[in-house]
Design a protein around this ligand. Structure first.
Ligand code: FAD
Ligand code: NDP
Length: 610
């Protein structure tokens, strides 16, 4: 927003005309008028820059208002002009926004530039988004809100097991949502164990879990979300096509629906948000007999005795969920747990899982999967090799789940047609810090971006900000740093910032001070749940007044705890800021307001009773 100082030399009419002629969006306003505030807030929300002339604060304000009335035939304020065209007051501006005319007026200035270049004006859409996951949905809805004509193309190729799903992408259908709901099922199971000691009479026979009931409840919720996404697109006037997209040439894609019907679309801009899909290891029987996270959450029957291959997010969370439901679970780990995370915390997660009956085989990789018997009930026979001494290990399971990473959905897009480059090592799309690919009119957001965190809120925020830059005159870029994350491994791990080892690597050992402690959540004391298991650690930078550069917590609700502290870290919080914060009692989060023991002191950090 620009505010204009009073200028006296010209007559009032000339002055008003000058404001209108020289500013893209100009609001004549009275700083105390609620409608004027409303209009200004609307433009701020749309990230559109504007010039405001507060007539009540100007010596010649009354004269200017008279001149304004002569020019616009409107006496009241606010009085809004866009690209030299009179729009009107608050109601007129809000109506123009609701009817998508506001964005068209804002673009009028740009269209003057393209006048005489019909090829630039004849696209079917302002924006075509490829991929209907959270990133693509966020970008398309934001662009439509800003008045752009948008089409969204989403198509799910069935998994090797034939699993497919509706609109919403990985998070909604086969990622965060079903995973967190299953995590909740395991929390309830643990709570039932505790319940007796809190006086609940739930009988003596063991409480049994029913897979089908849980799966149906979760899948019903997903179906509601699928429908809500479609309705939302419709209400925002985004054209949705359940079709697979591939580039045909400059500014042009072909989309093909499940019946093989094809259509070509052109657009001024494209946003690629096709995400990724689980990878299979290249061993006999993997694709034929294994499942992935794409299949797990809608399995027609309980997976039974399960081998999970892999040791990162998906593997650890899935193993935790299945064991929490009472199943016999083994995790086959190639090297370390949770690569990229703080390794002290990763090993603590591993220890906790081991105590809760999850078996680990490490370091080990499978070499083949065979079926011992035909038919659905046949067991899967897995052969594997220990990585340290080459010993062969064998085992039999009802289900083998591969969680060995994901691959980007870039192969079928024919990106070479428009010059979009990918990282040749891994296939992910290379883009600038404004998400622009190597083709100037093609952008990318979400899991498909090379080297960026693969997380739902990251995809959403990047998508929204990109749409606001493309259609709303915003300059705000996505900040991919200090993104908090939680691993829901039945005991949650929340973290934001650097791991202890990365902090040491970045700033040097002598520059890092670590404050830490074990603690026992109050709610665990009565049922005597695992003592000295929950743990909190702050990694601080000595040379910057102990600025906190890494926060780690292993605790119930660690995700919720981390979300709040992530804000403090983004604002540069120091250890003193954490100490000055008054805790909320009795919570797990309050542990961060009173950490006194450093790792370097070697002082005992076992949980205390108070
Ligand atoms: P996606 O959601 O993958 O959507 C891409 C869409 O594009 C898909 O529908 C795809 O079928 C479609 N598509 C692909 N190619 C084409 C084409 N050529 N034409 C048309 N359509 C196409 N993140 C978190 O923040 N928290 C969590 O707890 C969490 N848990 C997870 C658990 C699991 C098991 C997994 C696998 C992921 C989890 N994630 C989590 C990560 C999160 O799901 C992703 O970061 C997020 O879904 C990425 O969104 P996206 O829009 O980039 O892509
Ligand atoms: P990752 O790429 O993070 O991890 C792959 C795992 O598989 C590693 O442990 C790797 O071992 C192992 N591996 C790879 N190849 C083989 C092989 N041939 N044999 C045996 N093991 C192998 O993938 P994920 O699928 O776990 O996660 C993908 C992304 O999804 C994450 O980056 C995350 O952003 C997102 N996600 C987020 C969640 C959350 O926020 N809670 C939850 C789940 C996913 P090694 O270390 O030896 O390479």
């Amino acid at each position: 927003m620009t505010s204009i100082a009073p200028r006296q030399q010209k007559n009032s009419r000339e002055l008003v005309q000058e404001y209108i002629n020289h500013h893209r969006v100009v609001i004549f306003s009275n700083s105390t008028c609620p409608d004027c505030v409303k209009v200004k807030n609307l433009f701020i929300q749309l990230a559109v820059e504007f010039t405001v002339i507060e007539l009540n604060q100007m010596e010649n304000g009354a004269a200017l208002q008279n001149a304004l009335e002569e020019i616009s035939n409107q006496r009241t304020l606010p009085n809004v002009f866009i690209n030299k065209t009179h729009l009107g007051g608050c109601d007129a501006t809000e109506r123009a926004h609701q009817e998508n005319r506001l964005a068209a007026m804002l673009r009028a200035g740009e269209e003057e530039v393209t006048a005489g270049h019909p090829e630039l004006e004849s696209y079917d859409y302002d924006l075509v988004v490829i991929g209907g996951g959270v990133g693509g949905l966020a970008a398309s809805k934001e662009a439509a809100n800003l008045g752009a004509k948008v089409a969204l193309l989403d198509f799910v190729k069935p998994s090797e097991r034939g699993t497919t799903w509706g609109l919403g992408g990985t998070c909604v259908n086969v990622g965060c949502i079903p995973k967190k709901l299953m995590h909740q099922a395991t929390i309830l199971g643990h709570s039932l164990e505790d319940a007796r000691q809190f006086g609940w009479n739930i009988g003596d026979s063991p409480v049994r879990h029913d897979w089908d009931t849980m799966r149906d409840g979760i899948q019903d919720h997903i179906a509601v979300m699928n429908r809500a996404q479609k309705d939302d697109l419709r209400s925002k006037k985004v054209t949705y096509k359940n079709s697979y997209a591939e580039f045909m040439g400059p500014h042009k894609v072909k989309c093909t629906d499940k019946y093989g019907r094809m259509q070509e679309l052109t657009a001024r801009y494209f946003i690629l948000a096709p995400g990724g899909r689980p990878r299979y290891p290249d061993i006999p029987g993997a694709r034929e007999f294994g499942i992935t996270s794409d299949d797990l959450f809608s399995l027609p029957h309980s997976p039974g005795k399960t081998l999970v291959v892999g040791a990162s997010y998906v593997a650890i969370e899935s193993a935790g969920v299945l064991a929490g439901l009472g199943l016999d679970v083994t995790v086959m780990v190639r090297s370390i747990l949770l690569r990229g995370f703080d390794q002290q915390m990763a090993e603590m997660i591993g220890d906790h899982m081991t105590k809760h009956n999850i078996k680990f085989i490490r370091p080990c990789v499978p070499t083949k999967v065979e079926k011992t018997d035909s038919g659905d009930s046949g067991l899967l026979h897995v052969t594997a090799t220990m990585q340290d001494d080459g010993t062969e290990v064998v085992g039999e399971y009802n289900t083998v789940m591969f969680a060995v990473g994901r691959e980007p959905c870039t192969k079928g897009l024919r990106l070479d047609t428009v010059g979009v480059k990918v990282n040749t090592q891994n296939g992910y799309i290379i883009a600038s810090d404004e998400e622009q690919t190597t083709c100037p009119y093609v952008y990318a957001v979400g899991d498909i971006l090379d080297g960026k965190p693969q997380l739902k809120p990251v995809a959403i925020q990047a998508g929204q900000l990109l749409a606001m830059r493309l259609f709303g005159n915003s300059k705000l870029k996505m900040d991919y740093t200090s993104v908090g994350v939680a691993v829901f491994a039945p005991l949650e791990y929340g973290t934001v910032g650097l791991s202890e080892e990365d902090a040491i690597k970045t700033y040097g050992d002598s520059n890092i001070e670590v404050y830490h402690t074990y603690f026992d959540p109050l709610e665990w004391t009565v049922p005597h749940r695992d003592e000295n298991t929950c743990y909190a650690k702050l990694v601080c930078l000595a040379s910057q007044k102990l600025r906190v550069v890494g926060l780690h917590v292993l605790s119930p609700n660690a995700g919720e705890i981390t979300q709040g502290f992530a804000l403090g870290m983004k604002l540069g919080a120091t250890k003193a800021d954490f100490d000055n914060l008054v805790g909320i009692h009795p919570t797990c989060a309050e542990i961060f307001t009173g950490l006194t023991k450093t790792k370097s002191s070697g002082v005992e950090v076992a949980a205390s009773a108070c």
